[in-house]
Design a protein around this ligand. Structure first.
Ligand SMILES: Nc1ncnc2c1ncn2[C@@H]1O[C@H](COP(=O)(O)OP(=O)(O)OP(=O)(O)O)[C@@H](O)[C@H]1O
Length: 584
C-alpha cells in the first residue's frame, strides 16, 4: 500500500526530516525501503538489512528506541550490526485499519543529532506517533481515491457499453452523465455544444427523468415518447432516484428503443413458429393458386382477408405473408377474436392507460395493435368480433391511429392487417352481425383457402411432411405408411382439415412400432368410422368429436380453466374448442 503512494510518502519523509533535523526512512511491510532522506535516499527500493529492528516493530506493532545502535539486544540479529552508521534511532509502526503497513524511522548519524533526539525523546515519540497516523490516513486516502477512480472507470465502461441509453442528472436537472447510446437514441450526434452540464430540459421536453424528481417516485419500464426537431422515438424507460441523506441527489434513467424491444420480443416468441412459403406444403393446383397470389401480395401493405374452414392453414398463410414482407423483422402479433371474452377483447386490442377502469393493472397496458407496430397484425376469427368493437376497429384502421382506453392522446400506427375467418361474412352482413364498411376495408385482397377434401393431392404430401417433422421432434425414424394406411388417409373426408391430418400423424408416430405407420396405429383416431353405418362419414366424425369434447369437459369442468385443459389435451386451440362448442 505504501508503495502505491510512494511519492507522497517520500514527501512526508522529507517534511519530517526537516522538522526533526535528522534523517528519516520509511519501509513497507515487505521490508522494502519506500522513502528515505540523506544516506537512505539512494537505498530506496532496496530491502532493509536482515534481522533489523524494523522487523521487530512490524511484528510487535510497537515503537522501539535504539539508544546505542549495534550494542543493544534489538540489534543482535541485524546483518549490518557491525557496519551500522546510526548513532540513535526511533522506529514507529504505521498502522491503518489495525494492520501494520510499514515502519517510519528517525535516525541520527552523529553525536549532535543524537543529543538533539535524546533530549526531546518524549516529544519525538509523540510527534512520530502523530506522523504515523497522518501517513496512514494519507496513504489510505490515496488508495481509496485510486479505487474510486478505478470503479469510476469501470462504471463508465459499463455505462458506455450497455445497449441502453443512460442519462444521469443532478437534483437541478443538469446532465452529469450521458452515454453514447443515449446520444444516438436521442439523435444528438450533431449537437455542437457539450451536452454534459446542460439542463435536460434543453434537449428533452418533459422527460420522465424529471417527472421522477417532481413526483419523488422511481419509474420502472414506462413507455415514453421523445420528440425533437422532427425526430421521434419511443422508449421503455426506467428512472431511479439517488438519495443523499434523505434528499434527492439526482436521477439515473435508462431507456431502450421500443422498436428493438418489439423486435427481440418478437424474435424470442416467434422462433419456433417461423412459417414461410417454403414450409407451406402442398402441390395441388387449388393450393398453388392461392399460394402464388399470397406471394405476390406479400410485398405490399394491402390488407388481406383469408377465408377458409378451420384448420386449412389460415394462420400459417398469414405468417408466411408477414415473413416474406418488408415487415418481417418486426412483430407478427395475432389476436383471436373468438377466444378472448368480449369484455377483454377491447383492452387486448387497444390497451389502456393506468387506472382506466377498476381492476385494471396499475401500470396500464400496451394494446396488441400497438405491439405490432411496424409489423403485421393478424385478426383471427374476425367474424366473431362484437359489433361495437367492429366500429372502433374500423375507426382505427381509417385513421391509422390508436387511443388507449381511458387515454386522451392517440398513437400513430404503422401496421399491416391480415384478417381471417371461417365464417361467411357476407351472410353475417345480411344478418346485421358484421359491418359492411369494415368488410370492405378488410376484403382488399381476398384469399380463399381450399379445404383438404378439395385437394386430395396434398394429403400424402402433407402426411409425409408431418412424418418428417414429428420423427425429428420425437427422435423417431419411421419411414412411411403402409399402402392400407395411405388408402385410408386418401379416402377420409378430413373435416378438421390439415390440423386433423397433422394430429393423426403425430398420434400414429406415437403408437407405430414398426418401420411404417399401419392403419391400426391410427384407426383409433377415426373411431366414428366403424359404427353407425347409416350416417355419412362427416356426420359420424362430428358425432364422435362432440362426444369427445363433452367427455373432456365433464372431466375438467365447463369453466374457462376446464376448457383450456380440455383444449390442450385434445390438441386443439382454445378458439377451435369455443367454436366447436357453439357449433354443437
Ligand atoms: N399448407 C400447410 N403446410 C404445412 N402445415 C400446414 C399447412 N396448412 C396447415 N398447416 C398446419 O395445420 C395446422 C392448422 O393451421 P392453422 O392454424 O394455420 O389453421 P387455421 O385455418 O388458422 O385454423 P383455425 O381456423 O382453426 O384457427 C397448423 O399446425 C399448421 O402448421
Amino acid at each position: 500500500m505504501l508503495r502505491r503512494a510512494a511519492k507522497s510518502v517520500q514527501k512526508i519523509a522529507e517534511a519530517i526530516a526537516a522538522t526533526a533535523n535528522c534523517n528519516v526512512t520509511i519501509i513497507d511491510s515487505n521490508l522494502v525501503r519506500i522513502a528515505g532522506t540523506g544516506p537512505y535516499q539512494e537505498k530506496i527500493k532496496d530491502y532493509t538489512p536482515e534481522g533489523s529492528a524494523f522487523i521487530k516493530v512490524l511484528q510487535n506493532k510497537k515503537t522501539i528506541v535504539i539508544e546505542e545502535p549495534g550494542e543493544e539486544q534489538t540489534c543482535f540479529d541485524c546483518s549490518e550490526r557491525n557496519h551500522c552508521i546510526e548513532t540513535y534511532e526511533i522506529c514507529s509502526p504505521i498502522i491503518w485499519n489495525g494492520e501494520v503497513m510499514g515502519v517510519i524511522g528517525i535516525c541520527a548519524f552523529d553525536e549532535e543529532q543524537k543529543r538533539y533526539l535524546q533530549e526531546r525523546k518524549e516529544q519525538f515519540l509523540n510527534f512520530l506517533g502523530k506522523m504515523s497516523q497522518l501517513l496512514a490516513s494519507k496513504v489510505g486516502e490515496i488508495i481509496l481515491f485510486e479505487e474510486i477512480e478505478t470503479r469510476n472507470r469501470e462504471l463508465d465502461a459499463v455505462i458506455q457499453n450497455v445497449n441502453q441509453g443512460v442519462i444521469c442528472i443532478d437534483a437541478q436537472g443538469r446532465i452529469t452523465h450521458i452515454n453514447e447510446k443515449a446520444i444516438d437514441l436521442l439523435d444528438l450526434n450533431h449537437c455542437i455544444h457539450d451536452i454534459k452540464n446542460t439542463s435536460i430540459n434543453s434537449i428533452w421536453d418533459n422527460p420522465l427523468i424529471l417527472k421522477a424528481i417532481e413526483d419523488r417516485t422511481d419509474y420502472f419500464d414506462q413507455e415514453e415518447y421523445y420528440e425533437r426537431q422532427g425526430y421521434k422515438k419511443g422508449f421503455l424507460t426506467t428512472a431511479k432516484i439517488i438519495y443523499k441523506e434523505g434528499n434527492i441527489a439526482g436521477v439515473v434513467s435508462t431507456f431502450t428503443d421500443l422498436d428493438n424491444i418489439q423486435k427481440s420480443a418478437f424474435r424470442l416468441r416467434e422462433k419456433n413458429t417461423d412459417f414461410t412459403f417454403n414450409t407451406l406444403i402442398g402441390v395441388s393446383d387449388a393450393l398453388m393458386q392461392v399460394k402464388n397470389r399470397a406471394i405476390k401480395v406479400a410485398n405490399f401493405d394491402s390488407t388481406v382477408l383469408i377465408v377458409g374452414e378451420s384448420g386449412t392453414g389460415k394462420e400459417v398463410f398469414a405468417r408466411a405473408i408477414h415473413n416474406a414482407s418488408p415487415r418481417a423483422e418486426y412483430p407478427f402479433v395475432s389476436i383471436n377474436c373468438s377466444a378472448i371474452p368480449e369484455s377483454l377483447l377491447e383492452s387486448e386490442l387497444f390497451g389502456y392507460e393506468p387506472g382506466a377502469f377498476t381492476g385494471a393493472n396499475k401500470k396500464g397496458k400496451i394494446g396488441k395493435m400497438e405491439l405490432a407496430n411496424k409489423g403485421t397484425f393478424f385478426l383471427d376469427e374476425i367474424g366473431d368480433m362484437p359489433l361495437f368493437l367492429q366500429a372502433k376497429l374500423l375507426r382505427v384502421l381509417q385513421e391509422k391511429r390508436v387511443t388507449k382506453i381511458g387515454g386522451l392522446k392517440s398513437q400513430k400506427l404503422d401496421i399491416r392487417i391480415i384478417a381471417a375467418t371461417n365464417k361467411n361474412l357476407e351472410e353475417l352482413i345480411e344478418k346485421r352481425m358484421f359491418r359492411e364498411d369494415l368488410y370492405y376495408r378488410l376484403n382488399v385482397i381476398p384469399l380463399s383457402l381450399p379445404s383438404l377434401d378439395k385437394r386430395p393431392e396434398d394429403v400424402l404430401v402433407l402426411a409425409e411432411y408431418f412424418l418428417r417433422l414429428y420423427n425429428k421432434r420425437f427422435k423417431k425414424s419411421i419411414k412411411g405408411f403402409t399402402e392400407e394406411a395411405k388408402d385410408f388417409l386418401l379416402k377420409y373426408s378430413w373435416p378438421g382439415n390439415v390440423r386433423e391430418l397433422e394430429n393423426i400423424i403425430e398420434y400414429g408416430i406415437n403408437f407405430a412400432e414398426g418401420e411404417l405407420i399401419q392403419l391400426g396405429d391410427i384407426r383409433d383416431r377415426f373411431r366414428a368410422f366403424s359404427y353407425n353405418q347409416t350416417k355419412s362419414l362427416k356426420e359420424r366424425v362430428k358425432e364422435y368429436e362432440r362426444e369427445t369434447i363433452e367427455k373432456y369437459l365433464e372431466r375438467y369442468g365447463w369453466s374457462d380453466e376446464g376448457k383450456e385443459k380440455a383444449a390442450k389435451d385434445l390438441g386443439i386451440s382454445r378458439a377451435t374448442l369455443y367454436r366447436k362448442l357453439s357449433q354443437y
